[in-house]
Design a protein around this ligand. Sequence first.
Ligand code: TYD
Length: 214
Amino acid sequence: MTAGLFISFEGIDGAGKSSHVEGLAEAFRLQGRAMTVTREPGGTPLAEKLRTLALNDPMDPLTEALLMFAARRDHVLNVIEPALARGDVVLCDRFTDATFAYQGGGRGFDLEVLRGLERWVQAVPALPAGTLRQPHLTLWFDLAPEIAAARLAGARVPDKFESQPVEFFRRVAAGYAARMAADPGRFARIAADQPREAVWNDVVAALRGRGWLT
Ligand code: TYD
């Protein structure tokens, strides 16, 4: 049986990651792989309800972090684990790095608390004790916050995060950089300031370099 593969997509709002999720899903389908394409917060009926709350209602940073991880727990157990057990390729638009970047970096929330929640939420029956479910690869679409803000301006009604000032996104970007520095083998940094086609080529190159796409 084919082994499951878990790939997450990360970056600040406006970095353009979401437009490459479907492209990559199609590339894997052409190779005959079964796909699960999902997102966080969200991906299950309960987690989508938590998403609506987390993205719209004002709340303190701990409540926000708990909602993100509560949504993640439901999503991991009910969607990601079954998909990996079937041998699917799971493409997830954001995962835990977003919590470290947005709640940790952006909001300045305690990283030790986030690490504790990560250990609880990503411990799953399929893995030995002490091992956490993590993406096999995280594609980090890195873009200067000023450029991302210009791309987003006027695009749609901003949610709670999208309406944050550029300094917030500088801290979010630093949060992503710190996560990558702590686990460089899991990450591929994609320069998202290039034309769309060049960004896509870099995405494909990251997958080919690991032998996951031909
Ligand atoms: P996003 O994934 O960009 O979806 P859309 O394209 O529909 O806006 O939006 C999710 C927002 O939630 C984004 O601003 C980042 C934020 N977020 C967190 O703050 N913490 C998290 O743990 C996750 C997964 C997302």
